[in-house]
Design a protein around this ligand. Structure first.
Ligand SMILES: *Cc1c(COP(=O)(O)O)cnc(C)c1O
Length: 381
């Protein structure tokens, strides 16, 4: 499909892919793990074995790369597999800069496991470009990693500004864009070199696939190492999951816009609720980073927000315990709304306040979601 078409068109038609053989409007799932070779040429379609590359997975990668406007997309068995591969493919020794507020599982891996692999991390307050600038070591920093909006405080980092700093130091910029999705932000168009997704979240959107993605801006030696690392680790996404993910991505723009509008409406209402101490949502007037968010997020501020409740940790846990429509569960970006006491998950090193509840807004009626939250906040006092 012509890449100039709008994102909705690309998504709805899965990039125009269908089965040429039968005319089937949806591609078949290719389950084969190996591919027949020509007598003289090794592999006519570049396919040899399903660990390096596989046709249905490749189809999903084409859709994701088109949505992000990248040269190559790669799908992984989870978001963590995708993110860690972006780090493992760096030249060593590698110094990297990463945010203090970020997906806790990746921060934990950077702190606990990456040093022994020759990857040294400096954590910074990524809301401030001057903090990133101070942390980079020209010629030594290989990667500046950011997440925006960042879990679970929804802090905003200026992508274009971070890209300039990274490039000035000879490093790449990688963006965990799981929460923004290509519907709201396209980091590669703002200068990023790598976009990462936990496709488990919005891209799939139905809480029934574990998957991750990387989209790369350049077809270079790093892209080759990323691909080789995935093959070496054997962390490619399987064909059944890829087919479900392709189906999920068809409705991505519709879901994300609706969820963003609902999250904004909820955030505005929750500001007025006496039991709520603070609402964390970059779309609120006067929210920190709101001007940057407005520049780099188009059509919404995402379906994720957090609230801090009066009465501390116990009231937060009691509130989460009293919801009926919201579901108490980790994860985000699905069609059903989820609530989570995040500090219980993240442990002591986390910057997450003890009175914080993270809300992933789904596709239910905003009135139902608000009523349920209000009764839970009040019954929890
Ligand atoms: C969930 C998540 C991840 C990790 O992805 P998995 O698919 O669970 O491995 C990384 N970054 C963000 C922002 C996430 O929400």
């Amino acid at each position: 499909m012509n890449r100039k078409v709008a994102l909705e068109t690309l998504a709805a038609q899965a990039g125009g892919q269908m089965d040429r053989e039968t005319g089937a409007i949806v591609s078949p799932i290719h389950v084969a793990t190996t591919f027949v070779r020509d007598p003289d040429q090794p592999s006519p379609r570049g396919l040899r074995y399903a660990r390096p590359d596989s046709p249905t997975t490749r189809e999903g990668e084409t859709v994701l790369a088109a949505l992000e406007g990248g040269t190559a997309g790669l799908l992984f068995s989870s978001g963590m597999a995708a993110a860690t591969t972006a780090f493992l493919a760096l030249e060593r020794p590698a110094h990297v800069v990463a945010p203090e507020v970020m997906y806790w599982g990746l921060r934990k891996w950077l702190e606990d496991d990456a040093p022994a692999l020759g990857i040294e991390t400096t954590l910074v307050d990524a809301r401030r470009l001057d903090a990133i600038k101070t942390a980079v070591r020209p010629g030594k920093t290989r990667l500046v990693w950011i997440e925006t909006p960042a879990n679970p405080l929804w802090t905003i980092t200026d992508i274009a500004g971070a890209a300039d700093i990274a490039h000035g130091a000879g490093a790449r910029l990688g963006v965990d864009s799981t929460v923004a999705t290509p519907v709201l932000t396209r980091p590669l168009s703002l200068g990023a070199d790598i976009v990462m997704h936990s496709a488990t979240k919005y891209l799939n959107g139905h809480s029934d696939v574990l998957a991750g993605g990387l989209v790369l801006a350049h077809d270079d030696a790093y892209a080759e190492r990323v691909s080789a690392t995935r093959s070496g680790l054997g962390s490619i996404l399987g064909p059944f999951e890829a087919a479900l993910l392709i189906r999920g991505m068809r409705t991505l723009p519709l879901r994300v816009r609706h969820q963003s509008a609902s999250a904004l409406a909820l955030a505005e209402q929750l500001m007025k609720v006496p039991e709520v101490l603070e609402v964390l949502y970059p779309g609120l007037p006067g929210a920190p980073g709101r001007d940057i968010a407005e520049r780099q997020m188009v059509g919404g501020f995402s379906g994720m927000l957090s609230i801090r409740v009066k009465g501390g940790r116990d009231h937060a846990i009691r509130t989460a315990g009293a919801v009926q429509i919201w579901k108490r569960a980790t994860s985000l970006g699905g069609v059903e709304s989820l609530i989570e006491h995040r500090a219980s998950i993240e442990g002591q090193k986390s910057p997450c306040p003890a009175d914080l509840l993270r809300l992933s807004v789904g596709l239910e009626s905003v009135d139902d979601l608000l009523d349920d939250l209000l009764q839970a906040l009040r019954s929890g006092i």
